[in-house]
Ligand binder design. Structure first.
Ligand code: BQF
Length: 295
């Protein structure tokens, strides 16, 4: 026995196929192709990889894109000036500032300077606020991708006990909001655990759905979950691996092999939630170009 694998790579390709068809239609009607402006500050190796993955995905679905590479010494004022220009540029549909930012820049201030109508990451307080009252908004790509996986695999959410481990602004917090509040896809009873949660197992053991976004390899072990749980592993951790040519491999936050034995469904790392994050970004960029959310 053992849990079935949730194939994020496959579902992401289906989402991308649907975006590809919609972009084609949109352009056929006489519109220009959607345009995503990526902004990369500094040269953090993981960020370079992520922006590369995203621009490749754009080209794959017919979205135009460009990456502005800025020095990590840029001032907050300069960066905000650049974002203001992008806000005012009608040829730019979506703006993505790759996270994390160098420590001298306030993530919050930079995000707030982005026009919420172009905020395809869904990080702007306007989008976060609207999400929390179940109003149309740009939804953070990773949790939106998780909800899409539940939908694709017909995994019921309504009335289930969902436990989210990790309370970041980008994943854990919007994930808990979607699971608990969204009308058609959510309505789970939701517990959110974080650094200060006293006894994690007390909570995880009751989960019908367990979403883990803590950034800690092997945080979740088999004895912490109940039989039949649906496990979604959002963790992306680089650990040393001499057998790989890069010298590292990606692992999640869940002890996959042992937890799988008790799970009904489980996402792998890589090939689980990660590809969905990128696919949902494509979806959001199309929505931005069509002005579907903020007409
Ligand atoms: C896969 C991210 C932490 C901090 C900043 C596919 C991605 C990852 C994995 C990807 C992530 C994680 C992104 C896989 C974007 C997800 O096959 O498993 C795609 O590109 N991600 C990011 O932009 O910033 C991060 C994680």
């Amino acid at each position: 026995m053992g849990g079935e694998i949730i194939d994020g790579k496959k579902v992401a390709e289906l989402v991308r196929q649907s975006v590809r068809e919609d972009v084609e239609q949109w352009v056929k009607k006489g519109n220009r192709a959607p345009f995503l402006q990526v902004v990369l500050v500094g040269d953090d190796p993981a960020s370079v990889v992520y922006t590369g993955t995203k621009t490749k995905a754009c080209r794959d679905v017919g979205i135009d894109t460009n990456t502005l590479e800025l020095q990590d010494t840029i001032s907050a004022k300069e960066l905000k000036g650049i974002i203001t220009d992008l806000n005012n540029d009608d040829s730019v549909d979506g703006i993505l500032v790759q996270m994390p930012l160098p420590s001298h820049l306030s993530q919050y201030d930079v995000i707030e300077s982005i026009d919420h109508r172009k905020d395809v990451d869904g990080f702007h307080p306007m989008n976060v606020g609207r999400l929390s009252i179940d109003q149309p908004c740009f939804r953070s790509c990773t949790p939106a991708g998780v909800m899409e996986l539940f939908k694709y695999y017909s995994i019921p959410v309504k009335s289930k006990h969902a436990v989210v481990v990790g309370a970041s602004n980008i994943v854990g917090s919007p994930m808990a909001v979607m699971l608990s509040r969204e009308n058609s896809t959510g309505k789970a009873t939701t517990t959110i655990c974080h650094k200060f949660t006293r006894d994690l197992t007390t909570h995880t053991i009751h989960a019908d759905i367990l979403v883990v976004a803590a950034g800690q390899p092997n945080l979740i072990k088999a004895e912490m979950v109940k039989e039949g749980v649906v496990v979604v592993d959002v963790g992306i951790n680089r650990v040393a691996d001499e057998t790989s040519e890069k010298g590292y491999k990606l692992v999640g936050d869940v002890d996959f092999e042992s937890v799988r034995k008790k799970a009904s469904w489980i996402t792998p790392v890589p090939g689980g939630v990660g590809p969905m994050t990128v696919a949902m970004l494509m979806k959001n960029t199309l929505l931005a170009a069509k002005k579907s959310i903020y007409p």
